[in-house]
Design a binder for this molecule. Structure first.
Ligand code: F6R
Ligand code: MG
Ligand code: MG
Length: 364
């Protein structure tokens, strides 16, 4: 059965500050999804949140970039932003950058990850959602899952994975894309994806079958708006089992937190901490950045689940390691590498401070 999986997300208001989401906002989103399922536009849906980001997980048969599905997402965010405004939540409607819907939510603020698939006999999917970070946060874990045999032993010993995967990489600043084949082109690919503030892995494909294996959101809010309006807080859909990596291989990169940009005022680096949904409330210095993972089996498009995949003591050490990294970085206060390089910071006072002090700078 041909099926599309769409994950559309937006921060439409935080509770308290930028740390979490209000239950009335989630209730409103559920209410918006019900009629869409009743009239058959959606096969199924699941509403959740990661920190202050509202997540709409939807299955349907309208294909990727469907204006009907995107409009449903957009209208849901508008209705939820109205609830947020009534409760005077923080930053109500912050990610909705346009006043009117024009056929597609891409470029309008919300993040989108979508994939059209032929549902397998057993279709296992994991949806990753992150808060307080940017789209490139998935580069390292996607590389490990689909190209690193030290993470994914299936690449070595499973015949149906041994042919490797290809990576579609987007240059988000120049709006260009390129496809790399792993394993033979990994050195070239790493030149780019090792710089995740500019190059993001958008899609991954199983080379022998051409089937989609992963899809991420690569919207850069700041680039869309031309000014800082919030962090991308990206999402990523990964298929697992069979000719794709096993669930355990998909989750394994998060057992050692990597450092991502996006902490406090979108201007700091911090560890990406894997947590249960209920623990995705970034409070310490507005962080550290969080990632949650919702696991589903699909049955004729029905979302059977979710299982809260990081709600597992097996990730306790990762959480502790993230806290240890957080302590080390926090000790740097306003210094790099905790603070981002000057041209990467989302908040800066540099222009006005430089203007004020210009005459005091002498040639050396
Ligand atoms: C939001 C974030 C937060 C805010 C900070 C200031 O994604 O990362 O750290 O940047 O709380 O927020 P405002 O400017 O909304 O008061
Ligand atoms: Mg927010
Ligand atoms: Mg957020």
């Amino acid at each position: 059965m041909k099926l599309t999986l769409s994950v559309i997300k937006a921060d439409i208001g935080g509770y308290v500050g930028h740390s979490s989401s209000h239950p009335e906002v989630l209730e409103k989103a559920e209410k918006c999804m019900v009629p869409a399922k009743k009239k058959g536009l959606l096969i199924d849906y699941h509403v959740t949140r990661c920190g202050d980001d509202l997540q709409l997980i939807m299955t349907h048969q309208k294909g990727e970039d469907s204006s009907e599905i995107h409009e449903l997402g957009w209208e849901t965010f508008i209705d939820c932003a109205n609830v947020a405004k009534k409760l005077k939540l923080h930053g109500a409607g912050q990610d909705l950058l346009s006043d009117a819907f024009s056929g597609n939510v891409r470029g309008m603020g919300p993040g989108v990850a979508e994939m059209e698939i032929n549902e397998r006999d057993a279709e296992t999917i994991i949806i990753f959602m992150a808060d307080k970070t940017a789209s490139g946060a998935w580069n390292l874990p996607l590389y490990k899952v689909f190209a690193d045999p030290f993470n994914t032993i299936g690449l070595v010993i499973a015949g149906n994975l041994h042919g490797g995967f290809s990576f579609e990489v987007h240059d988000v600043k120049e709006s260009k894309k390129i496809v790399f084949n792993a394993p033979e082109e990994i050195y070239d690919m790493l030149v780019f994806i090792g710089a995740p503030s500019r190059f993001c892995v958008k899609n991954v494909y199983h080379r022998e079958s051409g089937e989609i294996a992963a899809a991420s959101s690569t919207q850069k809010l700041a680039l869309i708006a031309g000014r800082y309006v919030g962090k991308d807080d990206p999402v990523c859909i990964v298929r697992a089992q069979g000719r794709f990596p096993a669930v355990g291989e998909v989750l394994e990169p998060f057992a050692h937190p990597h450092i991502v940009e996006g902490w406090m005022r979108g201007s700091h680096n911090g560890p990406l901490m894997p947590v249960a949904v209920r623990e995705s409330n970034p409070t310490r210095f507005d962080g550290p950045p969080r990632v949650i993972a919702a696991g589903f089996q699909l049955a004729e498009g029905k979302l059977v689940g979710p299982v809260d995949m990081f709600d597992d003591p097996a990730f306790d050490n990762a959480r502790q390691e993230a806290l240890d990294i957080a302590d080390i970085l926090r000790r740097h206060g306003p210094f790099e590498p905790h603070r981002l390089p000057l041209d990467e910071m989302e908040y800066t006072t540099m222009p006005q401070v430089m203007k004020k002090l210009k005459s005091r700078f002498k040639k050396i």
